[in-house]
Design a protein around this ligand. Sequence first.
Ligand SMILES: C[S@@+](CC[C@H](N)C(=O)[O-])C[C@H]1O[C@@H](n2cnc3c(N)ncnc32)[C@H](O)[C@@H]1O
Length: 286
Amino acid sequence: MGSIRELTLRGMTRVAATKLVSRPGYPLRRFVRLIDPLIRLASPIPIPPETLMYEGPKGAALYLLNGFEYMAYLRNFCGMKQDTHILDIGCGVARKAGPIIWTLDASGSYNGFDIVADAIDWCNSRYGSRKNLKFVHADIVNGYYNPQGAGDASSFTFPYASERFDILLASSLFTHLLPATTQQYLNEARRVMRPEGHFLATFFVLDEEVRRLIRQGQSTYTFKHKAADCWLQHLNEPEHVVAYEKDLLEHMLLRSSFTIEDYLPGSWCGRSRYTAYQDIYILRPR
Ligand SMILES: C[S@@+](CC[C@H](N)C(=O)[O-])C[C@H]1O[C@@H](n2cnc3c(N)ncnc32)[C@H](O)[C@@H]1O
């Protein structure tokens, strides 16, 4: 990696890590929207049109900053380097992938898959066919993102050989999966992960502190609807937003043979001390 690229990476990662603009509702968001056209022109990382940003905050600056924020987590908590082999589960429109791909050299690799065909088409159109880079469309059902899908998510086998990846990322994926699919995806993640690997997975996790913040009206979500082994924000659209009880989730993680290296609570429920918006688990093979 050239020195300008390394400096830019460090700079962007540091700015993103301050969360001045990526923090929910923060007023600087409005300011960065004004410089979006400039950012689009100058960015070495491809940015999708806003009509395709169906899965997160809209705008060029927020798209990039969110990617660099997660890059900081992958570097700090999972030891990501230029030669790392990474799988991004539910990669969407490459929000987290852009900075990762920009960082990797030819000895590293990035693979991402998602169930939304338009997202994967855009990723392939912008990132082309580099040998160490692959975006795959899996046409499976999610009631919110791909209701017409053909395959069953709760029995889906990831299209990768066992023990292939050093780092797995599932950002804002399990917040849309019901328990049977979550357990299957955890099992599959464990299968494709190398014995010394790391898995960064985000969730909405419920415990006593979160319930108190919800009662106090501090939380973005209230998760009033109890379903089998999870809690839902919208009863009529279960996979729109899903939360798990901490004890039950950690039991599921254990069942898939993970150990918890770190738990980093998020800001979504109104905590004043947090790492990201969602709750992050750093998992290692058991
Ligand atoms: C909130 S978006 C997050 C996208 C991306 N990971 C990010 O952080 O920007 C959730 C993504 O999960 C994908 N998704 C939902 N169910 C899935 C499944 N069963 N397998 C793979 N991806 C899925 C959706 O299509 C969507 O792109």
